[in-house]
Design a protein around this ligand. Structure first.
Ligand SMILES: [Zn+2]
Length: 350
């Protein structure tokens, strides 16, 4: 079979590929990433690197962690390393790496639990049969199973069958928000790596390199708001900053009227994700601080703050400021965002 026909793909596969490529960019994966460029969780990266160099890669690996921590990025680097023929794997230069980078390596297959029936029993049975056929080109066959928290028990049981007697040259790389979503029997046959957020200073340093054109203050803010979750910070810096400021202005303008319906519709837009909610809260806090200053005749920065100061008493503005400080603390805990929006709306209204 020629390379061209191997790379032939269905429309669905092409769409998936396009999504993987674009999401890869957002998630910080440029499709030729070296193991050492994965900035988070050094100890884990070191262990994986050793396993690859010594040819002792476990048959199954589960990478767990919250959205934005780099699970998919890490499993892609491992998948690439598993098929690479260079010295430092992945080398990014050999023909296997090049095929991997153009997303058409015949020995790397993806299943995605975030797609409808992406990890169905049928799909799992399919890889079970395929796994016993020898690799086409590389020394190993790699199956990347994304979003495994969505894999239902029947599919997990089907998967277990191949894990119980894994073919020698096969590696399964799974990602899940939490490995506990998988059956104990599956978990115990895999090496589990738990990704954790990085320190704010480390995150800031990484973001400064990646967003060299952005001001330090904006970068530091994104790092603090994402609490060490690099994926979240990247998303904030790429899309969320301006959107958060605009929403905060709308919310602040709606506060004086105490219109519950309008406030609720606006605050509910914060539900998108924690980092975005944090960025909006931050922006609200700045405006509230500015409005308190404007109310006592001090220098203020935004017109929105000036308008609020004219419509509300100093006491109410101060109360809003207190609420927003509290909102920031609450957001740093694992509060349910739905609950948070309702609480914030109710408190801002009174
Ligand atoms: Zn290579």
């Amino acid at each position: 079979m020629g390379a061209a026909s191997r790379c032939r793909e269905s429309t669905a596969e092409a769409l998936r590929r396009a999504r993987r490529l674009t999401e890869g960019e957002v998630g910080g994966y440029n499709l030729s990433m070296k193991m050492s460029e994965f900035v988070q969780n050094e100890r884990i990266v070191q262990e994986i690197q050793n396993n690859i160099e010594t040819g002792r890669m476990p048959h199954a690996v589960i990478v767990e962690g919250a959205k934005g921590l780099g699970k998919e990025t890490l499993v892609r680097i491992i998948a690439n390393a598993c098929v690479c023929r260079g010295n430092t794997k992945p080398c990014g230069e050999c023909s296997d790496c090049r095929k991997f980078m153009s997303d058409c390596h015949p020995d790397v297959k993806y299943l995605d639990g975030n797609e409808p029936s992406g990890l169905s029993v049928d799909k799992i049975r399919g890889i079970r049969q395929d796994a016993y056929i020898k690799p086409n080109e590389a020394d190993k066959k790699v199956y990347v199973l994304l979003g495994c928290e969505k894999m239902l028990p029947p599919a997990q049981n089907a998967f277990l069958k191949v894990l119980e007697e894994p073919p020698d040259n096969v590696v399964f790389l799974l990602t899940a928000t939490s490995a506990t979503a998988l059956l104990e029997t599956v978990r115990s046959r895999a090496r589990v790596y738990s990704l954790t957020p990085v320190g704010i200073d480390e995150e800031t340093e990484y973001l400064q390199k990646r967003f060299a054109d952005k001001a330090y203050e904006e970068i530091r803010n994104a790092a603090e708001n994402s609490m060490g979750n690099i994926g979240m910070a990247v998303e904030l810096l790429e899309n969320g900053g301006e959107e958060a400021v605009l929403l905060a202005e709308e919310i602040f303008a709606a506060i004086p009227a105490r219109d519950e319906y309008k406030l609720l519709t606006l605050t509910y837009k914060m539900i998108k994700d924690r980092a975005f909610a944090m960025a909006v809260t931050d922006s609200l806090l700045q405006t509230a601080g500015d409005a308190v200053k404007a109310s006592v005749g001090a220098q203020y920065r935004s017109q929105c703050a000036k308008d609020a100061a004219e419509k509300m008493s100093g006491k109410r503005l101060y109360g809003i400021l207190q609420t927003l400080y509290k909102a920031k603390t609450v957001l740093k805990t694992n509060v349910n965002l739905n609950f948070f929006c309702t609480w914030l709306c109710a408190t801002l209204r009174t």
